[in-house]
Design a protein around this ligand. Sequence first.
Ligand SMILES: Nc1ncnc2c1ncn2[C@@H]1O[C@H](COP(=O)(O)OP(=O)(O)OP(=O)(O)O)[C@@H](O)[C@H]1O
Ligand SMILES: Nc1ncnc2c1ncn2[C@@H]1O[C@H](COP(=O)(O)OP(=O)(O)OP(=O)(O)O)[C@@H](O)[C@H]1O
Ligand SMILES: [Mg+2]
Ligand SMILES: [Mg+2]
Lengths: 264, 264
Amino acid sequence: HPRLVAVANQKGGVGKTTTAVNLAAGLALQGSRVLVVDMDPQGNASTALDLPHEPGTPGVYDVLVGGEPLDGAVQEVPGIPLLWGISASVDLAGAEIELVSQVAREGRLRKALREYLATHEKRHGRLDYVIIDCPPSLGLLTLNALVAADEVLIPLQTEYYALEGLSHLMGTVALIQEHLNPGLRITGILLTMYDGRTKLAPQVADEVRSHFPERVLDTAIPRTVRVSEAPSYGQTVLQYDPASPGARAYLAAAREFAGGAIDL
Amino acid sequence: HPRLVAVANQKGGVGKTTTAVNLAAGLALQGSRVLVVDMDPQGNASTALDLPHEPGTPGVYDVLVGGEPLDGAVQEVPGIPLLWGISASVDLAGAEIELVSQVAREGRLRKALREYLATHEKRHGRLDYVIIDCPPSLGLLTLNALVAADEVLIPLQTEYYALEGLSHLMGTVALIQEHLNPGLRITGILLTMYDGRTKLAPQVADEVRSHFPERVLDTAIPRTVRVSEAPSYGQTVLQYDPASPGARAYLAAAREFAGGAIDL
Ligand SMILES: Nc1ncnc2c1ncn2[C@@H]1O[C@H](COP(=O)(O)OP(=O)(O)OP(=O)(O)O)[C@@H](O)[C@H]1O
Ligand SMILES: Nc1ncnc2c1ncn2[C@@H]1O[C@H](COP(=O)(O)OP(=O)(O)OP(=O)(O)O)[C@@H](O)[C@H]1O
Ligand SMILES: [Mg+2]
Ligand SMILES: [Mg+2]
């Protein structure tokens, strides 16, 4: 049974997409078989993985709203063996409103994923990870991801607003555990865009580590411009500049994350 | 009639809140009378302006979903005369789903604002600006802001994903102009977190200026840590460190923005 991981945080711009694609690439480069699901209508993960996602491309929208099987939307990621992806197009922007009045609206991704995992080993062999990139909100797209997943990985930008939003996110996860997905666990908080030269980043890091000592990964991702340049080439930073501090940090985070689904 | 300005961009973390509060403070310090409306359930603008916003505080939720008059939610901003604010509490997170089935769901803020502006001059005299901070999505909260406003100011982080999302945002504005608010105009694109030492930022800036030559403000906001430290003290950067490059840039942006509602 693969590890099903939602990368979520309703605060915008904290590194969800950057973490989802670079962690997935890191895991695939270390031999794991990984599927990335892009649940964000912006389609940033699709861009970073060089997956076509113009309107009409079979993707997450067709699965959630159209009830199509996941199989029709899975694509290989160019340049990274063992990594596959399901893209998001801008059609997905309307899904939240379209889903509100549907039956079992929060469970659509879980159902599609379960069906897919039960039958599609011939396409890529058994999967080890499914990594779901979430949009910056706690609406029905993120709820679908939190219901489908067993684990939540929280990228946390080392800034004040991001820290302020953490308790709200924790509260939402608790609600999901209570009503929709009792098995959901927060198995990692990854510090992102960490700049040790500032006063703020170490302060935020200390605060988070003291509140959640066993969930914060030891690896912190430094703020480095090579990470933010990579998507403009349709690449992860691991392909764009494998020896850079950003690539090495994501490889280390992948190794640490693989090492233990911490059971909290 | 005050200028009604929605600060919007569905891309997360691009500097919407930072722009809304610092521009509003800059305008107020230069003598304009300004009201900030926090439409983001994260309540980051409320935090930056030091407005109480724990659940139950009268705020935007009561206006949108409860139909309460705006007057009951207006607060003075401590430390900045001529600046008032309407806070957002976490109750607002549920508003998008609650509003979907309501009548005239997109027009609730416009109606409340019109009623308020018609009668409440005794509280603060005539207002010159209403600045609305939007969440990172194009759901019903942002739609309410775009329907209530006459102008859209787009903060644009000088990064690749932010550039990619711009055409999607422009498309949404065009839809609003067509169906809900024909008078809506994009009157400014403000480049934020600009770091001239990187290759990426100047490339993004050149690209945007070539596509929208008369909408991009001449003033760009530099990436500086003082800007991101200010909210942890419940202050705008103009109060926290008035002589810093970030404060001076926001004062210049306020002066430039005040200078001309460009009629495009
Ligand atoms: N370690 C890093 N160093 C430098 N830049 C980074 C780093 N991580 C992410 N970025 C950049 O910061 C911006 C925000 O990151 P990203 O888009 O991954 O966040 P997000 O949480 O997915 O945003 P959204 O809320 O819009 O989905 C992007 O332009 C990205 O390239
Ligand atoms: N010029 C700047 N220099 C340095 N840091 C900045 C600057 N502008 C904003 N920031 C920081 O970057 C982060 C993102 O900014 P902000 O929260 O204002 O963006 P936003 O678009 O409102 O985010 P969201 O999409 O979550 O609403 C914040 O931590 C903020 O303090
Ligand atoms: Mg993202
Ligand atoms: Mg904001």
